[in-house]
Design a protein around this ligand. Structure first.
Ligand code: ADE
Length: 243
């Protein structure tokens, strides 16, 4: 996979992309991440990237020319998605991350200031993504969030393939509780069933805990999950407080 990131603040990406899962995926050649400074695509002496809005008002607007030049210079031929990070975009979630993880190449454009010239939206970008209903100072952190969620889904990016499937949201539910050694910590015990060695019982317990946790914390997610007969039985046990 190839990810091109266009930003006015390229230095922001060095740290977050150097370590952990993204750093390893880059080292393994699973993904190439290239960062470009939009300012390098200006043609005027002062490298101006923004200007005041037509019609007046506060703040500055990113000019279209450097954005178009940058995107056209970095993306290959063909259907490469050009994604603007903006609070006006469609909400990012695990489904969108999985969709992007299936792409071979994408361009992420980080907006800044009051916004970008509308012609960038209309004629350059193919998609707009928001990472949540709040306003960040720019699209950089949002791009990092998107890259992290996408790259960890690439085959081989995680130590074991199973880990992605177990993630919260990967099956539409929140993840079940996890425990590790010691078995007893300050008097708090690991649930007995996890020590039983009965794989089927452990799986059932985990599914029940996932359902319970999701119903309690994110009832909105429950509406979209297709419950099996066994799930319904588990939910009934949750309601009877047996789980
Ligand atoms: N830029 C500013 N706020 C943002 C958000 N919530 N999501 C994506 N990009 C942004």
């Amino acid at each position: 996979m190839k990810i091109h990131i266009l930003t006015l603040f390229p230095d922001m990406f060095a740290g977050p992309f150097a370590d952990s899962i993204i750093g390893r995926a880059v080292d393994q050649g699973l993904v190439e991440i290239d960062i470009y400074n939009i300012r390098d695509y200006t043609r005027d002496k002062h490298h101006v990237v923004d200007d005041s809005p037509y019609g007046g008002g506060p703040g500055m607007v990113l000019k279209p020319e450097p954005m178009f030049e940058a995107v056209e210079a970095v993306k290959g031929d063909g259907e490469v998605p050009v994604i603007l990070l903006t609070p006006q975009g469609r909400l990012f979630n695990q489904t969108v991350a999985a969709e992007l993880a299936g792409r071979e190449e994408m361009v992420l454009v980080c907006g800044h200031y009051e916004g970008v010239d509308e012609r960038v939206r209309q004629h350059l970008v193919t998609d707009e993504i928001s990472i949540g209903d709040y306003v960040l100072s720019g699209g950089e952190f949002a791009a990092m969030v998107v890259v992290d969620a996408v790259v960890r889904q690439l085959p081989g990016a995680l130590g074991s393939e199973e880990s992605v499937g177990d993630d919260s949201h990967s099956n539409g539910l929140l993840e079940y509780p996890q425990y590790t050694r010691p078995q007893s910590f300050r008097g708090w015990e690991v649930p007995q069933i996890l020590l039983s060695g009965n794989h089927a019982e452990v799986e059932r317990w985990r599914r029940g805990q996932s359902l319970k946790r999701t119903a309690e914390r994110r009832p909105d997610l429950m509406e979209r999950v297709a419950l099996s007969d066994e799930d319904k039985e588990l939910m009934a046990r949750v309601e009877r407080e047996e789980i």
